[in-house]
Design a protein. Structure first.
Length: 190
């Protein structure tokens, strides 16, 4: 059963990776770097600040920093435990896939997927009561993590596992945040 899942994961990766074409490579290299998402992050922080105030925004940013550190470190533990090769380093894929970027680190599970889903889940749960279309925030982790498949750096299973771990982590951190925000009345706008 596990071997069948791994083979399916590989086949799906090859299919999705080969959907790419050279004229779009530069675009996906931009998408995969967090720094280029800064305008999006600033817009989200602006929307948050308008509803919760500066003090509460500072608390939210602190929670996000701890959350991203947590997910990043746990991701590294998993990568170094499972030691799954990145697709760009799998010998059977030589000449079969598009290797736009190569890395020597391990693949399972995706830190990009885990961090983006964790932060998005957390922010979504905080902001959803203020704005009608907050579900659109989930486009960020979908596009951001897909870039890793496009570039040849992660299998779909790595992305899915990262999403599951990140979403769960974001939910748990939100529950902690919510508990303390109710206890200390953080959401009274200052």
């Amino acid at each position: 059963m596990l071997e069948q899942l791994i083979n399916l994961d590989k086949e799906l990766f090859v299919f999705l990776n080969n959907l790419g074409s050279e004229p779009f490579d530069a675009f996906w290299k931009i998408i995969t770097k967090q720094i280029y998402w800064t305008p999006f992050f600033l817009a989200v922080f602006y929307l948050l600040q308008r509803k919760v105030g500066w003090k509460n925004l500072g608390v939210i940013i602190l929670f996000l920093a701890v959350l991203i550190t947590f997910t990043d470190q746990i991701t590294n533990v998993f990568k170094n435990t499972f030691e799954r090769l990145r697709p760009c380093n799998v010998p059977e894929f030589d000449g079969v896939i598009r290797e736009v970027i190569t890395r020597k680190s391990f693949s399972f599970f995706s830190g990009h997927a885990a961090n983006s889903m964790a932060s998005t889940m957390f922010v979504f749960l905080v902001i959803r009561k203020f704005y009608k279309h907050t579900f659109l925030l989930f486009l960020f982790p979908l596009i951001f993590a897909y870039s890793r498949i496009y570039l040849g750096l992660h299998f779909p299973g790595d992305i899915l596992a990262g999403y599951l771990f990140g979403g769960s982590s974001g939910f748990v951190f939100y529950k902690i945040y919510n508990h303390y925000s109710n206890k200390y009345n953080w959401l009274s706008k200052n």
